[in-house]
Design a protein around this ligand. Structure first.
Ligand SMILES: Cc1cc2nc3c(=O)[nH]c(=O)nc-3n(C[C@H](O)[C@H](O)[C@H](O)COP(=O)(O)O)c2cc1C
Length: 261
């Protein structure tokens, strides 16, 4: 699998088969992901990998809290700004709409939506999960390093035929995670990540992205084009986004072809 294919086929998978994830594959992925860049090579990531009994215990303990209506622990960081402005607000709601539509859940069906959210704490059925911590003293640049590391992990998982779902939802029950993984003092849980083989019977939406011109501006000496370009400039210069495929390979997997990838 080449890099384009890994990027194109990664998505937040929320339905896993129970098939165990080989330990060697996880070690290979995490050993290689350590090549991710970080400012001054700080490598600020602390990763805990749970499978088998420890993961079952975590799921069970968390399920008890969720079932009891426990709203979770006081947050250690803000998942989103309290007032999301445009275009982020629309993107956030758009993603939720696409996701629930694919699951056949109506906007007003609060119960079904809640059930879908609750699946987070069962890791969507995944038999493996990692928990990503960072030192409390680290700054925003190091949090960005963690993001690069986690994306590297997710792409390498694709190369192993595995899928993933990063989950900030786990930060809501961080004390329960801490009871099971016993991290040293001073670490903050950023997120969990469910890992496993996809349950191909679970329906999903391929969540859309903003057009390139909305998020990228090119300055090439001929003028500007992209998000700050005028409508006229955009019309003249904007080339529609190409399907995210490798320039040199075609996909053997008919699913990718079906999705136009
Ligand atoms: C840092 C981070 C945290 C996330 N937390 C959750 C989560 O708690 N639960 C969940 O179902 N998805 C979570 N996601 C997945 C996003 O919703 C998903 O990546 C986004 O909607 C785009 O969809 P795609 O990854 O399938 O293309 C998270 C993604 C990131 C990067």
């Amino acid at each position: 699998m080449d890099v384009y294919e890994a990027v194109a086929s990664r998505r937040a998978v929320r339905g896993f088969s129970g098939e165990p994830v080989p330990r060697e594959a996880l070690e290979r992925v995490l050993r290689t992901a350590a090549r991710a860049p970080s400012g001054a090579n700080l490598q600020p990531w602390h990763t805990y990998v749970l499978t088998d009994a420890p993961l079952a215990e975590l799921k069970e303990r968390t399920a008890e809290r969720v079932a009891a209506g426990d709203p979770g622990d006081e947050r250690e960081y803000q998942m989103y700004p309290p007032e999301l402005t445009s275009p982020y607000r629309e993107r956030r709601f758009g993603a939720a709409e696409q996701r629930y539509a694919a699951l056949g859940i109506a906007r007003e069906d609060k119960q079904a939506r809640e059930k879908a959210v609750t699946a987070n704490w069962d890791c969507f059925g995944a038999p493996a999960a990692l928990f990503s911590y960072i030192d409390r003293g680290m700054g925003t640049a190091q949090w960005a390093d963690i993001g690069m590391y986690l994306q590297t992990v997710m792409l390498l998982l694709r190369a192993e035929g595995l899928h993933s779902c990063p989950q900030m939802a786990w930060s809501m029950y961080r004390r329960t995670v801490a009871e099971v993984v016993s991290p040293p003092d001073g670490l903050v849980l950023f997120c969990g990540m469910s890992i496993g083989f996809e349950d191909t019977t679970t329906s999903y939406a391929r969540i859309a992205r903003a057009p390139l011109a909305e998020t990228v501006t090119f300055l090439d000496g001929q003028g500007r084009s992209g998000s700050t370009a005028s409508a006229r400039e955009r019309k003249d210069r904007y080339v529609p986004e190409q399907p995210l495929t490798s320039p040199s390979t075609t996909h053997a997997n008919p699913r990718y072809v079906q999705e136009g990838l």
